[in-house]
Design a protein around this ligand. Structure first.
Ligand code: NAP
Length: 469
């Protein structure tokens, strides 16, 4: 437990002894939390922005698809917070391995958990673990160059894949389908690692079926992302016009996104397959019941569904088999516990009230949460700004009301980590990685190429340090 007083007297934060906050997870939620802390004058603060990886930006780097450079450019805006002198980026630090949560808490007055929701959800059907069946999280980690990606597993699944089934109709499913449908030329200028570009170019995809267990009016993808499928250089989007017949009540009550999605989908209803082009079929009211295959995926058994009055998918008992060499399930993410921090098993989120972490139903002093680990995997990057502000407002209210004061002197986190033999990556080190990626990209006329191995990231740091010695 934190010491909130010196000799029993509460000590408010001051310029000499600011409120020290560790933000765990340097993705958008963590960076927006750091921004909210530094953009207020009421409480002097010093923020350590801790990340397991040597690089900041979380899903902006390892989630947003590399063929969306404009969206990825938000990192330039986020970088302004990293550059703030009140914020210290401390990467390559794993809570539970390099330092325990209790030890971390002894170095700060408060912790904000913003480490996201990294695990995939399962379908819970037979055949799900066959070679050739991947989670979208695995595929996305691979194509964005995440150091923990299982390259051999993903590339084995892609080898020879002509027919692909993507399960789910959210934006991640569309990212997966679009990346698979793109030509080598379309991906050439992205920051994907070269081995990813080579493997995608060698994958002979002819047919991609994106499977929604409910109707088009219940799909969670957004219109801009949907429209992009229609702009692919070498793929034709196919959709059965009969699937786009929506009952009058649903149509009348549809929100703007759904109305626009339906209009886009109806614009494709007269498409027919074109020789030489990838067929990208959006198939609604069908759910996977079994993934077929002996040594690897050979197909997916699906059941037609209907949407009931409560908007749920109910099986009709009508079965069909889709041939498939590769299945990618894109059915949502879930958060995992941090050693020392429980998360709710079902929701995959931390229990909280307005961002204040609850342990055994009570506010746990000095612990807060923001982003996906707080609210679950929903919304766009900007959603985290509002979310982080709510959490920081709770934290600042706790300071104002004397529930969270600065304690006595605390040791320096980075010094402590270095004394333990850990290798924390600080802002200048990250700049060295950044420069190495830009230099690598330039060798092939690209703006950047992502370094995908942890050792390569750390080697860039060490080389820069050796140059300045
Ligand atoms: P999502 O939008 O929640 O989509 C999950 C999909 O999986 C839904 O279609 C869901 O269908 C389906 N599903 C869940 N369980 C299933 C099951 N057992 N069988 C069949 N289908 C199942 O989540 P996401 O696509 O992972 O995206 C996460 C968040 O990131 C979203 O907020 C998304 O908008 C955001 N994101 C944004 C962008 C962008 O802006 N470009 C890109 C990527 C991600 P039901 O609706 O029937 O449950």
């Amino acid at each position: 437990m934190l010491d909130v007083s010196v000799d029993g007297v509460p000590v408010p934060p001051s310029a000499d002894r600011p409120l020290r906050v560790a933000v765990v997870g340097a993705g958008p939620a963590g960076i927006y939390a750091a921004e909210a802390l530094t953009r207020q004058d009421a409480v002097p603060v010093a923020v350590d922005l801790v990340d397991r990886l040597p690089s900041p930006f979380g899903l902006v780097r390892y989630g947003i698809a590399p063929d969306h450079p404009k969206m990825r450019a938000i990192r330039d805006t986020l970088h302004r917070t990293l550059d703030d002198p009140l914020v210290r980026f401390v990467g390559n630090v794993e809570i539970g391995a390099d330092i325990t949560l209790d030890e971390l808490r002894r170095h700060v007055d408060a912790v904000i958990y913003t480490y996201g929701a990294a695990l995939d959800r399962h379908l819970g059907i037979e055949g799900e673990d066959l070679p050739g069946s991947l989670a979208a999280t695995e595929f996305v980690a691979w194509y964005t160059g995440h150091p923990d990606a299982d390259r051999a597993r993903v590339e084995a699944a892609l080898t020879g894949a002509r027919s692909v089934v993507v399960v789910g109709v959210g934006n991640v499913a569309l990212d997966v389908a679009r990346v698979l449908a793109r030509t080598a030329d379309e991906l050439e200028t992205t920051d994907m690692p070269q081995h990813v570009l080579d493997a995608l170019a060698a994958t002979p995809v002819e047919e991609i079926t994106v499977l929604g267990r409910r109707g088009p009016a219940q799909a969670t993808f957004t219109t801009q992302e949907l429209k992009e499928l229609g702009e692919l250089e070498a793929a034709t989007v196919l959709v059965d016009p009969a699937a786009l017949v929506v009952d009058a009540e649903t149509e009348a009550n549809a929100d703007r996104n759904v109305t626009r999605n339906l209009a886009v989908l109806r614009g494709w209803a007269d498409h027919t397959p074109e020789p030489g082009r990838t067929r990208l079929t959006l198939r609604f009211c069908a759910r996977p019941v079994r993934i077929l295959g002996e040594d690897r995926v050979s197909g997916v058994e699906i059941e037609r569904t209907a949407v009931d009055a409560d908007g749920r998918a109910v099986g009709t008992g009508e079965l069909e088999v889709l041939a498939a060499d590769l299945v990618v399930r894109s059915v949502g993410y879930r958060g995992t516990p941090l050693p020392g921090l429980p998360v709710d098993e079902r929701s995959g989120t931390v229990s909280h009230e307005a961002g204040r972490v609850l342990r055994d139903g009570s506010h746990s002093r000095g612990e807060y949460a923001a982003g996906w680990i707080k609210r679950g995997p929903s919304g766009v990057v900007g959603t985290n700004k509002h979310d982080a502000r709510e959490t920081v407002a709770s934290l600042l209210a706790d300071v104002a009301e004397g529930r969270l004061c600065t304690g006595g002197p605390v040791g320096d986190l980075v010094q402590e980590l270095q004394d333990r033999g850990a290798e924390p990556v600080l802002l200048d080190d990250w700049r060295a990685i950044d420069a190495a990626e830009v230099a690598l990209g330039a060798t092939r006329g690209r703006a950047r190429t992502t370094l995908h191995e942890r050792e390569a990231l750390l080697a860039a740091v060490r080389a820069a340090a050796a140059r300045t010695r």
